[in-house]
Write a protein that binds this ligand. Sequence first.
Ligand code: GRF
Length: 267
Amino acid sequence: MNSSDPRKPRLAVLISGGGTNLQAMLDRSAAGTLDAEIAVVLSDNPEAFGLKRAERAGIPALHIDYKISAQSPVKQAERFVDLADLDRRQKIIKNPDPSERLARLARLVLAERELALRIEAFRPDYVCLAGFMRLLSPYFIGHMNHEGPKIINIHPALLPAFPGRSGYEDTFQYGCKWGGVTVHFVDEGEDTGPIIAQAVYPVWPGEDIEKIRNRGLSLEYEVYSQVINWLAAGHVAIKRGPGGRPRVEITDPDYAAIVAGWVRKAL
Ligand code: GRF
């Protein structure tokens, strides 16, 4: 496995934890049903079990250290980025103290530069976030997206409902009767990028959060792999919607049948 096929898009997969989405991709890749090559797996967490999953599959597995201990991070970051401009554009670090905010942003950018360099060495076509728990600054996003949207994420809720880290918990606590999962392009906001695909699952009376999470996760595996296959086949078109917001259209003639299959499976 992991033999280079020039026709297949190359993926860099970013994880922070268990990596069951990664495992689903690895399994589909081994079974020949993922139309992409997983070129490298990276994690901000050296203990992430997902790194072991990658190693077991013979795929480079790299740790990127986000604990930047530089003495003057602002000065260092300013060597390659206009930090004041980045601070004006960023929406993720909300510390009201400007010097503390700049120092945090600088440390983030220093870690992201390392991340970007490591990723680029593997020449991926797409960067797939799969349980990567770090927020990305406009520096990293701009760097990766200079030739068009390249970073995609799986989110455990039906966006724009319940952005953030606890999609399943939020869905459950709110008392939703349906939950969902979303794969989207990453933009500079938190879980606000153009939606590529979504699927829903029912929440039946008396079910607990574990049941909900497991049902959602198995849907995540299906939807994420399908989106990768759509990208590989050139079935993901980005258009301008009303108000200028970019929106995705899936041009696969089997789109409706595939979505109906997800709903049937979840019921
Ligand atoms: C998934 O629920 C994903 O939607 C979210 O983080 C979780 C990662 O799970 N972003 P795993 O590491 O793939 O098992």
